[in-house]
Unconditional design. Structure first.
Length: 202
């Protein structure tokens, strides 16, 4: 029995490793790229590759509750804060995924956040489902859901990792999150800064 389980796990890792081995696409502005050390970029890209292997898309799909999603998809014109006030998550799925994201971030010897982004069903929007310790991100605008940025759309469409350095001194590597069928259901943003972050949630 142990041999069968080991074989199944090995096959599953092999499948996800094959998906993770896709090339990285650069969408960096030249001026911003110069502020980010090449070694840092390489480390974040490796973390992003590992995230594609380790993050369970089936679990991620269960994080946002149907109740919360219903409020997001059907806003009340009389209450602009309805979706935010009624937002909740499946605790078990949320905690399991967040702990994995935190462990991935700890691979780097400097501050890194690994954030989970998921498309909002039936819309062209995306939401950051899990943010982490340093509040490092090049994309979150403070809203519960927001328009899908072009680099994220590229990841969701192609499955390639995308490196973004649009904000001077910051770097984000975007990588796909897949379910057990190999379908892309979301993405991670592995983000860091050339300078120490001001925000630190201890």
């Amino acid at each position: 029995m142990k041999a069968i389980v080991s074989l199944c796990l090995g096959l599953q890792l092999a499948v996800f490793s094959a998906h993770a081995a896709v090339p990285t696409v650069q969408t960096a502005a030249p001026a911003a790229t110069a502020a980010v050390p090449a070694a840092q970029e390489k480390t974040l890209d490796e973390i992003a590759r590992m995230a594609t292997i380790m993050i369970d898309g089936d679990v991620c799909h269960r994080i946002v509750t149907p109740r919360a999603l219903a409020h997001m998809l059907h806003p009340d014109p009389r209450d602009e804060w309805q979706a935010g006030d009624n937002y909740d998550v499946n605790d078990q799925a949320f905690i399991q995924t967040k702990k994995t994201l935190i462990r991935l971030a700890m691979i780097a010897p400097y501050p890194v956040d690994v954030n989970l982004w998921m498309p909002v069903p039936t819309t062209q929007d995306i939401q950051v489902v899990i943010r982490n310790k340093y509040n490092l991100t090049q994309f979150w605008n403070g809203d519960l859901q927001q328009a899908l940025p072009a680099p994220m759309q590229q990841v969701l469409k192609t499955g390639n990792r995308v490196t973004v350095t649009d904000k001077p001194g910051m770097i984000s590597v975007l990588a796909p999150v897949r379910n057990s069928l190999g379908e892309i259901i979301g993405l991670v943003e592995v983000a860091s800064s050339a300078t120490p972050p001001e925000h630190d949630e201890r």
